[in-house]
Each structure stands twice: as C-alpha cells, then as structure tokens.
Design a protein around this ligand. Structure first.
Ligand SMILES: C[S@@+](CC[C@H](N)C(=O)[O-])C[C@H]1O[C@@H](n2cnc3c(N)ncnc32)[C@H](O)[C@@H]1O
Length: 223
C-alpha cells in the first residue's frame, strides 16, 4: 500500500506535515487531504494534530490503510468517485491539500477540483498543491519515464506537468491569489527532525519535497 502511492513513505509524509506546520497550521485547524492515499500525511499528522481531518481517495484499500495508520476515531476517511467532489460543507476547511494528486489529473479536472476546494475553504484558508514542472530539471525523470512507456506501448500513470502560468491563470479565474511557490529541488522546508529518503538522501534541517508546491488563498481575503 505504502509503495503504491509513491516512495519514501515516512520521509515524504514528515516533509508534507512539516510543510503545513511551517505554512502556519494551527493545532485545531480543519485539514482536508484530497487523494490521501495510504496515509503518508495522515500518519505523521495524527501524532501532532488535534483538529479535524478529512482524507479522501478513490481507492478503498488505500483509505483502509490510512485509517489504520492514523488511529484516530474522530478523523474521516471517505471514498469519493471520479466526480471531483470533496464531501465537506461550504467554508469549513482551513487547509485543502493536494499532495501528488493534480500531477495525475488532466488540467480540466484539476481546475474543477480547485473550484471544489474553493467551496470548502474558509475565507482565510489555504490550498496547498504539489506539482511537476519542466522548469525544475529533476522533474524531467517522470516525464522521460512516461515517454519511454508510451514508446514501448506500456501502461503508465498520467504524469501531468503544470506550469506556473497555468496556476496563475486558474487562480485568476477562481479568484484565488498565488501566495507562495516553492521550487521542488530546493531545500526550503524546515524540518522538525532529520529524515532519510529511500534513495539514501539525508535532510537534517531543511528538505525539498521533490515536487514543487503552490500555496493559494482567496483573493478576497486581502492577503
Ligand atoms: C501519488 S498518490 C499520492 C497520495 C498522497 N497524497 C501522498 O502524498 O502520499 C495519488 C493519490 O490520488 C488518488 N486519486 C486519484 N484520483 C483521485 C480523485 N479524483 N480524487 C481523489 N483522489 C484521487 C490516488 O488513488 C492516489 O492515492
């Protein structure tokens, strides 16, 4: 299960969690984790977070695994279909996270998901989305893998690159403001503890997530 959603389960989960803390996550905040997978974020988050959490995914077995790791009876893990919906009330979430999720959806679907996130986001809330982009040299490898798979006629996951111009355009049309963009290859996320990835890369004080990260907020919030 943990391999199914990407490598370095423990290290990346900690980096995702510490990113939210660094961005201002408060202990009582309401967190929505769209495409939560096997609980890579939910597991380390459960160790420090008191507030509500909703994880959604399209794969029941992944949700079961995430639920088992988080061990939080008060947290919700909900199956969604492909309708790009978030089962949460209007203006209820302080954070809506898309970690390595919009990387696997077509742009139109990502736009619809961001529109749905806008509905559930509180006025001062934040959307955190990770993404792949051609501007970051290390992102070339998933693209090259897709090219190899397509050339060989192999089945392959969609690795959808999103450039910063697209994120700006989507934000303009959805009345969001792009508050921050983090380069995926820079060690820009302060860590609460050292982490080591499956490839042996060690991060002591700061880490990179690998994917780039955009942070969006409502334009009307005046931020
Ligand atoms: C690469 S995994 C990332 C999982 C998790 N966010 C993490 O960081 O470990 C992508 C996840 O998105 C889920 N997913 C794909 N399409 C989805 C959709 N339309 N709505 C919700 N989740 C979706 C997949 O089942 C998978 O668990």
């Amino acid at each position: 299960m943990e391999q199914a959603i990407g490598g370095s389960f423990e290290a990346v989960g900690l980096i995702e969690r510490d990113l939210l803390v660094w961005l201002g996550l408060q202990p009582s905040d309401n967190v929505v984790d769209v495409g939560c997978g096997a609980g890579r974020l939910a597991e380390p988050l459960a160790r420090i977070h008191q507030g509500p959490y909703l994880g959604t995914d399209v794969v029941p077995a992944l949700l079961d695994h995430a639920r088992g790791l988080a061990r939080r009876a008060d947290w919700r893990f909900e199956l969604v279909d492909d309708s790009l919906s978030i089962p949460a009330p209007n203006e209820s979430a302080d954070w809506v996270c898309f970690f390595s999720v919009l990387t696997h959806l077509k742009h139109e679907a990502s736009y619809l998901y961001l529109k749905e996130a806008k509905r559930v986001l509180r006025p001062e809330g934040r959307i955190v989305m990770s993404f792949l982009e051609f501007a970051i040299p290390s992102h070339w490898s998933p693209f090259e893998q897709s090219v190899t798979d397509i050339a060989a006629g192999n089945e392959h996951p969609l690795n959808q690159f999103i450039d910063r111009g697209a994120i700006e355009a989507w934000s303009t049309h959805l009345d969001f403001r792009v508050l921050q963009i983090l380069d995926g290859d820079q060690q820009n996320i302060p860590l609460s503890q050292p982490v080591t990835t499956e490839s042996g890369q060690q991060f002591a004080d700061y880490a990179s997530l690998g994917q780039s990260v955009a942070v969006l907020g409502h334009r009307a919030a005046g931020i």
